[in-house]
Every structure is written in C-alpha cells, then in structure tokens.
Write a protein that binds this ligand. Structure first.
Ligand code: FAD
Length: 526
C-alpha cells in the first residue's frame, strides 16, 4: 500500500504530525508498536476502575496553537488547572503551599522569609521576560549551524532579537540558558525551603543536581507553557494524560489519517539515498515518499536503519547523545489521600491539588544525586507526588485515589545489582519516606506499579529510560538537537524526518516537534 507519509510511532508528537499532514490532504499512515496510542502520554487501566497516567502526569506545555488548530476540545480534551500547584511538608512540621494565587503564595513564603516573599514576584517577572524571548522559539525550526544563506539570515535575526532584550535581560537569559540553578536561586532567595521547592523543577528528569550547569534551563523548560490561557500554570487532563493523545488521534482520523496499533516497524527502507517506506516486524511493507519517526534518534537511526545508509559522522554524533536517566515512576492506588502531619486536614485539601514535594533542602537533592552518581538509587530520594483524583474523580472508584510518585535520582545501571532485584525494595524505601510525612499512607495502599529506567525503555521504547528522548543539556538543545546540522527535522536520508521529542524543542508533552516537522515536510513537497 502506498501513502504520502508514514509516521513511525503514535506518541503525541507523531499524532500531531499525522493530523497536520492529513489536514493538508496527505494520505497518512501511523504505525505504533504498542497496543495503545500515545507513547509516554497515555492513560491505562492498570487496576480495575483506576485510569492511570502511567508515564507523564501533568500538562502545561501542549502548544495552544495545536489545541486551537485541531479543535482538541471538541475531541474530548479538557484541562483542570491546579491551585495551589505545590505543597512541601518539612520534617519540623512546617509546610509551604505555592501556586497561581499570589496572596496565598506571598503569605506562605513569608512564613519562611519576608525578604523572599518580596523577591518571588520579581524573580517570576524575570523568568517571564526571558520566556518572551525563548517561548516563540519552540514553534520555530532552528537555523542550521552549517546551513546556507537562509540559515545565516535566521541566525542573524535571532541575534538581533536577542540584542533587543537589552544588556540586563540578555545577561539573565544567558545565565538561564547555560548556568546552574543553585547560584541563581542563591542570589534571589535566602530560604532553603523555598529554594529546594523551586529547584525540583530544575532537575526533574535530568541526571544532574541543581549545582550543575545546564539545570537552570531545565527549570525554565518547566515554567514555559500555560493552562486554559493562564501562563506558567500546570494542570491535570480530565480522564488522564492519554486524553491528549486520544483527542489528537481523533482529530487526525477525522482528517483521514489511518492509525494502526500492534504494528512495530522493523526497518526503514532506503533506496538510492531516499526513503521508500518501512517494513514491519511481521514482514509486511508499506511504501511512502516521506517517513517521519517519532521514536528517539538512537532507535530511529541505530536500530531501524542500516548504518551504511547514513554518513559515518552522523552515526558517530547520534551515538554521542546522552540518554542517562534519573527517575523511577511509582503509580499507587490508595484508599484515602495522604494525611500530612504538617497539614492534617481530613479528605482532599489544597495540599493535594498540586505537586507534593518530598524534598526538604537543597543539600537533600545534592546528596540524592551523589548516591546515583556512584551507581546506586538514592537512599533519600527526591519524591514528587501528584494526586490527579483531587480534581478529577472520573479516573478512580468513588472515594479512592491515584497517587503518582516521580522519584529521583535512580540511575539506569546499578553497581553490583540490578533493578529486577532492587525495584520493590526501592519502592518500599520511598513508601517509608512518604509515610514519615503522612503516617496514614502505607496503610492506605491498595496497589502499586514500580517502573525503573530499564522498564521505561522496555515499555515506552525510550533509550536508557530517558524521559525526554535524550538529555536537555546545552549540547543537545535548539540547533544542536538531535545533532548539529540536523535540527530542521530533516535527516541525511532524503524524505526521512524526525518528528518527536528527539528533535527541537525536546521532551515534554508539547506537540511542537510534531507540528514543526509537519510544516517542514509540507514545505519540502512545495
Ligand atoms: C515517566 C515519565 C514522566 C513524564 N512526565 C511528564 C509530565 O508530567 N509532563 C510532561 O510534559 N512531560 C512528561 N514526560 C515527558 C513526555 O512524556 C515526553 O517527552 C513526550 O511524551 C514524548 O512524546 P513523543 O510523541 O515525542 O514521543 P514518545 O511518547 O516517546 O512516543 C514515541 C512512540 O514511538 C513508538 N515506537 C518506538 N519505536 C517504534 C517502532 N519501531 N515501531 C512503531 N512504533 C514505535 C513508541 O511505542 C511510542 O509510542 C514524562 C515522561 C516519562 C517517561
């Protein structure tokens, strides 16, 4: 069967590419290896009655243009904004609530430092100033560092726009783009409790502590985005994260795209330097002049292709991509919300609406990283808990809840042992820690699912269990993503494109890579 384009992988990005191409009248086929659509943006009924966002769990980054263009709301997409958005209990019995309610945040931060309560709005304004420059870049194709006049022109325009920020904001922007989170937070704030809460965003998903250069950008990556038009706010998706993918799939199907599951691509077929189609594991073949892969660069180029179809320096560059992972996901069904000693209100309270951080100090994060750096899961890991059922009762049986624990740091390869041996023990340790803050927790557990990095790789096809399809370090973002010279979604093989998080602007449920790739594919046909 012949198509205008084949998309490998029904991650949300692949589905976005399919929807935009089909909207332009292309005959599109999406091939997904799993039985379920969405890649790392899925909802699965892990236990009867519990609709679990098994991988990603909160949204803000999904581009508003995609929601609008594909009319996702008419396909079932609905955001539930979180307010408060964060709660941090401390061992001394105090706690910190923060969120879009400015008065509440001010009061709460002032419990720890009045000076910090004054500084926080100015810090957020600084981030927004930098965001005004950076956010539009998410929707652009990065200029090729080694390209022709058009790329030079784009680079020049970018430089002019950067100059337009003025010296002060430009300096802040450079520090955000290249620096470590700790010195920035140290300059702005004095309260360790506030810094530790904010720093969690700087390290989430990264195999780096906040003192490492590059983490300030990770922090920033998490403050871009919006929820129902309100900037910087994160929310849950009614019905779970899978509703993002299923609404995009529904929009793509409405435009005529064909989507197949249980269809694992074994080979990308290349003839005379041009892509000509794909072969599935079951032996069937499909032809198309254009193929876009939503799988990561390692899978696409080193597993699905023959190295002789690619330039050797390109293969070397792909092998250099950093896929180190830092996280374990633990999904838990509970009979009641955790009752925190620091804020023991009965039932669901404001402390359960947002992310509940078990991360009492900056040193705590650094020490957790130290363990992982030497090849062992952190003895005292940073734990980010969310309970989407606080706002969405459709995903669990009445009165029961789903607790998502995103735990860091935990390396892919353990020294002297394996994750098969360690994973339940590690989960027990995490449960003990949470129980110290919320003594009803362990007794409330009904079911649990523990997913360490090798299981993430096996389940979701992400190399090394890296949640971003490759680290978001400075050497691997913007026009260096996935590798220098190929940030425009094209690859060395004519007709073959990347359309997932492996390409600019990288990881997160954004859809931007999928939309940008579709734009470039359409441009090539013109
Ligand atoms: C545990 C975890 C938690 C996260 N939390 C968040 C969060 O809360 N918020 C957020 O914004 N982001 C989060 N992320 C990151 C975010 O989910 C991903 O960056 C994003 O979903 C990537 O989407 P994608 O479409 O580019 O690729 P993927 O979701 O990786 O999709 C790629 C698809 O390709 C398929 N595939 C691979 N090989 C083949 C093949 N040979 N044949 C056919 N199909 C193939 C895979 O099965 C998969 O469906 C999280 C990620 C993980 C893993």
């Amino acid at each position: 069967m012949t198509y205008d384009a084949i998309i490998i992988g029904a991650g949300h990005n692949g589905l976005v590419t399919a929807a935009y191409l089909a909207r332009s009248g292309w005959k599109v086929l999406v091939l997904e290896r799993r039985e379920i659509l969405g890649g790392c943006c899925i909802t699965e009924e892990v236990w009867p009655g519990f609709q679990v966002s098994t991988a990603s769990y909160v949204n803000s980054l999904l581009r508003p243009e995609i929601i609008r263009d594909l009319d996702l709301k008419s396909h079932g997409f609905e955001m539930l904004p979180r307010s408060p958005s964060s709660f941090t209990p401390f061992p001394d019995g105090r706690s910190l609530l923060m969120g879009p309610d400015k008065d509440l945040t001010r009061r709460e931060v002032a419990k720890f430092s009045v000076k910090d309560a004054d500084a926080l709005p100015r810090y957020e304004e600084m981030l927004l100033r930098v965001a005004d420059f950076l956010e539009p870049l998410l929707d652009q194709t990065p200029p090729n560092l080694f390209g022709g006049m058009r790329d030079l022109w784009k680079l020049g325009r970018l430089g002019m726009k950067f100059r337009g920020l003025g010296a002060a904001t430009a300096t802040e922007a450079i520090e955000i783009l290249t620096g470590a989170a700790t010195p920035i937070l140290d300059r702005w704030f004095e309260s360790d409790e506030l810094k530790a809460t904010i720093a969690t965003d700087a390290v989430i998903g990264a195999f780096a502590p906040p003192s490492h250069p590059g983490t300030a950008y990770v922090l920033f990556h998490h403050v871009m985005g919006e929820c129902n038009g309100v900037r910087g706010v994160w929310g849950y998706v009614r019905g779970g994260m899978g509703m993002i993918s299923s609404s995009i799939a529904s929009a793509a199907r409405k435009e005529g795209a064909e989507i197949r599951t249980n269809a694992e691509v074994a080979n990308i077929i290349v003839k005379n330097g041009r892509v000509s189609g794909v072969a599935l594991k079951d032996g069937s073949e499909f032809t198309a002049k254009r193929v876009a892969s939503c799988a990561d660069a390692n899978v696409t180029f080193l597993k699905l292709m023959n190295a002789r179809d690619l330039p050797s320096e390109f293969v070397t560059a792909v092998k250099r991509i950093d896929y180190s992972s830092a996280t374990v996901k633990i999904n838990v069904a509970v009979s009641e919300p955790p009752r925190f000693t620091a804020l023991p209100t009965p039932g669901v309270g404001p402390q359960h609406h947002g992310t509940m951080h078990i991360c009492p100090s900056m040193d705590y994060i650094e020490r957790a990283y130290d363990d992982a750096k030497y090849g062992k899961p952190a003895t005292n890991p940073m734990i980010e808990c969310t309970m989407a059922t606080a706002l969405d009762q459709t995903i669990a049986p009445p009165g029961q809840h789903i607790l998502s624990m995103f735990v860091q740091y935990a390396p892919y390869t353990l020294k002297g042992t394996t994750w098969d041996v360690e994973k339940e023990r590690f989960a027990d340790r995490c449960f003990d820690i949470l129980n110290n803050y919320a003594p009803n927790f362990k007794a409330s557990v009904l079911h649990r699912q523990v997913i360490p990095p090798p299981d993430m790789e096996r389940l979701w096809g992400i190399t090394g269990g890296n949640i971003m399809q490759g680290s978001m370090s400075l050497s691997n973002v913007f026009n260096l993503r996935p590798v220098p010279g190929f940030a425009d979604y094209r690859t060395p093989v004519r007709g073959l494109y990347l359309c997932g998080a492996a390409a600019h602007p990288g990881g997160g449920v954004m859809g931007a890579a999928g939309r940008n790739a579709a734009r470039e594919m359409l441009r090539d046909r013109r």
